[in-house]
Design a protein around this ligand. Sequence first.
Ligand code: SF4
Ligand code: SF4
Ligand code: FES
Length: 556
Amino acid sequence: MPKSMVSVTIDGRTIEVEAGSNLVDASFKAGVQIPHYCYHPRLSIVGQCRMCLVKIEGVPKLQTGCTTRIMKDGMVVRIDDQEVRAAQEGMMEFLLINHPLDCPICDQAGECALQDYSFKHGQAFSRFSYEDKRTYPGKERIPLGPNVVLNMNRCIQCTRCVRFTEEISQTGELGFFQRGSRTEIGVFPGKELDNPLSTCVVDICPVGALTSTQFRFAERVWYLDKTPSLCTGCDAGCNITLEHRQGKIRRYKPRTNVEVNDYWMCDFGRTTFLSYEEDRLTTPQQRDAQGRMRAVTWDQALSSVHHFLVDGAAMGTVGIVARGAATTEEAYLLRLLADSLETPHRGVLREPGPVRSIPNLNGGLTGREITPNRRGALLAGLGPAGLGPEDSEASADSATSPGEAEKILGGAVNGAHSVLLIFDGGRAGSDNALSRPAALESLRQAQTVVVLGWASTALTQVADIVLPIATHAETEGTLVNSQHRLQKFERAFLPPSGVRTGVEALSDLVGRLRSDFAAQTVSEVFDLMAGETPSLEGISLAGLPAGGIQLPVPPE
Ligand code: SF4
Ligand code: SF4
Ligand code: FES
């Protein structure tokens, strides 16, 4: 049944909201902010910090906005009000009695609600004696678990972290200990804060009490540039803000998307960018007559690849294999390459991994593969030959898929596929399908192996030509997650000199095979793909909403 709508006026701005809406949430819709610490839209309401006091017409005393639901039509709320301002200043004064006034050395400075509200809603003086400030000697640096460190002096006792472990991660490691002004946060005896979502407590802590082991004191946050992106740690496709400085990623933070990861992301995903610093490839390489890898120019490398592919195609021995780390646009270009070479041997690897679960309002999101975009590659037509893009997705998106890519790799042993073009592009490491001894042994039997990747790996050791391509931070594109949601990510910074994006490298190769091919940019490649994919009809990369779009789910 559709919910009834009611109107509410907040500081003179009238909006319509669903009956029962929370007043703090409604204020954001009205473009007004009710300051708050303990309220979080996904946690139970405790009305604890008293920072959200508002005046409601017809109600004699100030009310906490976070505990107020808008039930009746015509509610009138004032935040820009003398009495409300006095209450906010009073609350700030109380909070700062015991809080260290040392923002310059606090890791949260620049993104701290206490600091921000102090400027916006506080006052420049305190009536309390600083000598009596409460402190927790020896509790400035307490590891709560492997990923989170507590500085008890900075805690404002909002209980967000406690409620998170009770209600979201449902692991219940954290609690309040002691009473009154000695109240402190801690882990229960024998426990540590070690659950797959544990670093989310750092995100929701409004002050600098909880810091992430990986990021604490690594960077001043005002130096960071922020780019909307996607986590590539698995196929859940969590939305993230990629925070970077001078071409280096410093941290991932969850970006809210209620249809996908809501406000959260997993601890594993937060670390995945660290591998981007490992053994970076920065120049194309080709094996010489003596079997040694030599640096060559891009043109030399691409001319050689073109030559090997055309010769291999003439003998019917070309295979094209991608990991599900390729973007949808890169996969589409691989498919055009396979079409131009008229090889039916093309496929994307299925790489199952640990199950990663993210809670959301729709019952949760699950990632089960170590690459983020196998479904996007199938959508782009990199599935079984002879099938259109969506048919190949439907036919291959099950655990019992024929494993075309795996067959192609295996075929190198008996000479069926002696020229192999492999698009790696995923995280380095020893846990992927292309680093396993059997796959590498099989590849050693092939006549020519071309690898596109960004890191020097066991795979590039067996390659004859290596093309260095950009990481996902250095390019843009789309990925299709485990729930078949097409989402885009933006380029955060340029790749190192000598490195091209996968789309640039593959467009060049397709252009050498097809004189009518002119697409250069990710956006142009997306348009070509959308032109022949019914579920993408009418969609452009620029027009794709920030939260992505849900594609039809093929039958299992
Ligand atoms: S540690 Fe942070 S989130 Fe937890 S109660 Fe203290 S201020 Fe709130
Ligand atoms: S669940 Fe997957 S996509 Fe989400 S943060 Fe974790 S690794 Fe990244
Ligand atoms: S946000 Fe309302 S009391 Fe804390």
